[in-house]
Design a protein around this ligand. Structure first.
Ligand code: PEP
Length: 246
């Protein structure tokens, strides 16, 4: 089994019910895409989005490690499932920086996601200072080792490589830099997991219609996690098309 191709959108803290019209447009423009498509709207929109998403999968942007309890403001993985989600982003760099999430916490959240039946989209990525210091491969190796639980499989886990300095900045690594990290991730996953060669590896960080095809041509890039350009169907649609054609 080859890794499945996935175009994933992360709406972050953007959008109200009116934004769901973008899903209708995507469905109309891409009735049969040649890749999997996932949108992760804010938690308030997961249920309504799932009700109209057709072939587009809907995911959350975070979940708690516990199944229930006194955790004000948090969301359990089973609650996302109940709302219609099939995926959840775990360990996004904004969660790591805004909420101080550690690899250990992220692995625990991934376990919770798996137990609830969700696919965990686990994010890793170096800061600009770490890249400048030549630490990128060590940082990614450590994050992968620490954030992926033992029960991870190609069916329940997707990895997104998102350099922190490329998110929302309009800056992207060179193709060689992306290729180097993705080759490392594939090797690490194959070393550790029986089906590590089949885990989908996404690139994320300022993916746009104009650079998507070039990025999708890089070895071991099986798709993208897209922030800003996933908010509008007119931007996300061409990215879906580029991945379908890759
Ligand atoms: C992201 O938030 O995961 C992301 C990649 O954002 P952007 O595409 O806006 O850089």
């Amino acid at each position: 089994m080859a890794p499945r191709k996935l175009a994933a959108g992360n709406w972050k803290m953007n959008g109200t019910l009116a934004a769901l019209a973008e899903i209708d447009r995507l469905l109309a423009d891409h009735p049969q895409p040649g890749c999997d498509v996932l949108l992760c709207p804010p938690a308030t929109l997961v249920h309504a989005a799932a009700a109209r998403a057709g072939h587009i999968a809907i995911g959350g942007q975070d979940c708690h490690a516990q199944a229930s309890g006194a955790h004000t403001g948090d969301i359990a993985a089973a609650q996302l499932v109940d709302a219609g989600a099939s995926h959840v982003i775990i360990g996004h760099s904004e969660r790591r920086s805004d909420h101080g999430e550690t690899d250990i916490q992220i692995a625990a959240k991934a376990v919770a996601a798996h137990q609830a039946g969700l696919v965990a989209v686990i994010c890793v990525g170096e800061t600009e200072a770490q890249r400048d210091a030549g630490q990128t491969l060590d940082v990614i190796s450590a994050q992968l080792a620490g954030s992926m639980p033992e029960g991870a499989t190609a069916a329940n886990t997707v990895i997104a490589y998102e350099p922190v300095w490329a998110i929302g900045t309009g800056r992207t690594p060179t193709s060689d830099q992306i290729a180097e990290v993705h080759a490392l991730m594939r090797q690490r996953l194959s070393d550790r997991f029986a089906d590590g060669g089949d885990v989908a590896l996404l690139y994320g960080g300022s993916v746009k219609p104009g650079n998507a095809a070039e990025i999708f041509a890089i070895p071991h890039v099986n798709g993208a996690l897209v922030g800003g350009a996933s908010l509008k169907a007119q931007d996300f649609g061409p990215i879906i098309a580029a991945l379908s054609a890759a």
